[in-house]
Design a protein around this ligand. Structure first.
Ligand SMILES: [Zn+2]
Length: 122
């Protein structure tokens, strides 16, 4: 099972966040722009459609007055419920193409370029 994880700093992204903002997620730790890989979204959509079809078939057998309306309603609800749920479970994050110029802020070995090396005491 894929874990919703920032590929950059391994911070876990919460499932609701990944499902709700699958196009534009920002890592809470390092700020890397992420997105849900398209494969996961396809899977969730297919699962939602399958759930809707199953529910539609099941409820379509009932012979009530609302028999013509309810199956469609149930199928719609099933899709709306299952699809984001599956997306939460299967979401696989990847780096989104950056909108702004990428800055190499997280280079693993920045050789002492900052504090201490500057002896300019005036
Ligand atoms: Zn990150």
């Amino acid at each position: 099972m894929a874990v919703r994880m920032c590929p950059h700093c391994k911070t876990e992204i919460s499932a609701p966040e990944a499902a709700a903002r699958s196009n534009d997620i920002e890592c809470p730790k390092c700020g890397t722009r992420l997105e849900v890989a398209s494969g996961s979204r396809t899977i969730s959509t297919l699962a939602g459609l399958a759930a809707g079809a199953i529910v539609w078939r099941l409820s379509n057998g009932s012979t009530s007055d609302l028999g013509g309306v309810l199956p469609t309603l149930y199928a719609f609800l099933a899709f709306g419920f299952v699809s984001p749920l599956v997306l939460m479970l299967t979401a696989n994050l990847r780096n989104a193409p950056p909108l702004l110029a990428p800055e190499p802020a997280h280079a693993p070995d920045s050789t002492g370029h900052g504090a201490g090396g500057h002896g300019g005491h005036h």
